[in-house]
Design a protein around this ligand. Sequence first.
Ligand SMILES: *[C@@H]1O[C@H](CO)[C@@H](O)[C@H](O)[C@H]1NC(C)=O
Ligand SMILES: *[C@@H]1O[C@H](CO)[C@@H](O)[C@H](O)[C@H]1NC(C)=O
Ligand SMILES: *[C@@H]1O[C@H](CO)[C@@H](O)[C@H](O)[C@H]1NC(C)=O
Ligand SMILES: *[C@@H]1O[C@H](CO)[C@@H](O)[C@H](O)[C@H]1NC(C)=O
Ligand SMILES: *[C@@H]1O[C@H](CO)[C@@H](O)[C@H](O)[C@H]1NC(C)=O
Length: 510
Amino acid sequence: MMSKSLPVVILLAMIHISVTNAATKPNVIVVVADDLGYTDVGFHGGDQIPTPNIDWLAKNGIILDRYYTAKICTPSRASLLTGRHPMQLGLQSSVIFPSLPYGLGLNETLLPQYLKKSGYSTHMVGKWHLGMFTRNYTPTYRGFDSHFGFWSDKTDYFSHENSGSVAASSNAIGLDLWENMTVASQYNGSYGTELFGKRAVDLILKHDQSKPFFLYLAHQAVHNGISPQPLKAPQEYLDKFSFITHDGRRRYAAMLSVLDDTIGNLTSALISSGMYENTLLIFTTDNGGPVDGFSMNYASNWPLRGCKATNWEGGVRGAAFIHSRLLKNPRTTSHHLMHISDWLPTIMSAIGEKLPTDIDYYGVDQWPTLQYDVASPRKEVIHNYYGGLGAIQYGDYKLIKCCMTSMNGWYPEQKYVPTNQNPYISCGERNSSLPACTKDKPCLFDIQSDPCEYNNIASLKPELSKWLLEKLEAFADAAQPPRNKPSDPAAFPSLHNNHWTDWLDPEPVE
Ligand SMILES: *[C@@H]1O[C@H](CO)[C@@H](O)[C@H](O)[C@H]1NC(C)=O
Ligand SMILES: *[C@@H]1O[C@H](CO)[C@@H](O)[C@H](O)[C@H]1NC(C)=O
Ligand SMILES: *[C@@H]1O[C@H](CO)[C@@H](O)[C@H](O)[C@H]1NC(C)=O
Ligand SMILES: *[C@@H]1O[C@H](CO)[C@@H](O)[C@H](O)[C@H]1NC(C)=O
Ligand SMILES: *[C@@H]1O[C@H](CO)[C@@H](O)[C@H](O)[C@H]1NC(C)=O
């Protein structure tokens, strides 16, 4: 009755309002690159491997200059999706190989769970790596409406098999590719990065825009596949880089170039679907690049010290940016300290949602900092502290307890990258009268003036060094004990139709 008497224009406006109300929340897309070197992207001065699509988004968004991830994969992804510190999650030690029966605690709430509550469609494409021994640890049980990708740490780019890595025996090879809870065996021969890139495009184009859209696109590029096989890429991409004579580097370049093309396709899909105007697009690596053949890989973090798996800048200072038409400061670089755990509170703030107050987040809301360039609420980043190795950054300073037996230098020298220049990082001078950093004592660096970690000034600032070490130790004392469990041979694919599965469930997917 009421509606009959309302003028048509108002009715139309009401329909319009209800539609736009549902759609006003920005779409959120988080793209994770795996093992991307700091200097390999054009927006950080890399000039060997063109990354035009990534660079366009970065340069027309906000490049995050002092942005830190964890040094390896599982802790980084866990932190990104929970807003918590890996040490609060019991994920401070190593990563979850596919036969290990543990995962990110089920009492943690993940970003897609928050977003689902706020009305989002939630999709995941790509690598999970947060636990898979029972199904309640896998993506579609943790807030994602859909998942296309793999559960473990890495797979071959063409066969989509994982060899089980160090914790499994050499015969533990099996498929790890899933459409939700179904084994996806029909993609043998299709290149992983292209598969995931195309699925992301499909999801965007098919999205019902009456709901806001969340996509967690965790690419496998540019991680290696099955060790010790060389890096793999489609032949036409390898051909594109025939000018690079170093075989491993050429393969790496080809892998990155495919990744960049998929980002171009993703951007086109956002624009053609009309979703671009109301989307926050976040791009981050999960950790620094593995160099010089580490993990069969040939990334470059030059001139940053160390690489993936170290607490040196080359392991934790990540390539990242945010791109959105909703940014008030596009085409800028933010020099504010930021940690990967900050994305969850930042995204929630950006979409106008509150966080529960009973969870001890390590992440802080960086949205006002990104929007208005006001001081960042973050003063410190604790990188990790486990097994005698750790680091904490506070203001300009970084205290590090090093060192692993290798990967403490600067890579790759000039072995496979023709230029040693990264215009983005200015190293400063080496002071040879200062003591080298060794594992005997914690070392201190002024990261602002010495981002390349040349000069160990611990002996010049003993009080500060002591204070930082105490902070690091206090955080470690409050940490959740490592959740790690030993490898379980019952997981091996030879027992499960040659694929990896949720092997400890009463009825695993067979
Ligand atoms: C995965 O689940 C989503 C949500 O239920 C559904 O739309 C999609 O069709 C499923 N994919 C497959 C391949 O079953
Ligand atoms: C994938 O295809 C290759 C080549 O055809 C074949 O050798 C291999 O066994 C296949 N792998 C799987 C897991 O089906
Ligand atoms: C990008 O999209 C084009 C057009 O659909 C497609 O041919 C190409 O394979 C895509 N590139 C990648 C790397 O997926
Ligand atoms: C080098 O370190 C010494 C302390 O060992 C200090 O006295 C000196 O000022 C430093 N030189 C420069 C150029 O900073
Ligand atoms: C989940 O439980 C573990 C202990 O089992 C605890 O350390 C952690 O803080 C809990 N997480 C939350 C969000 O309360």
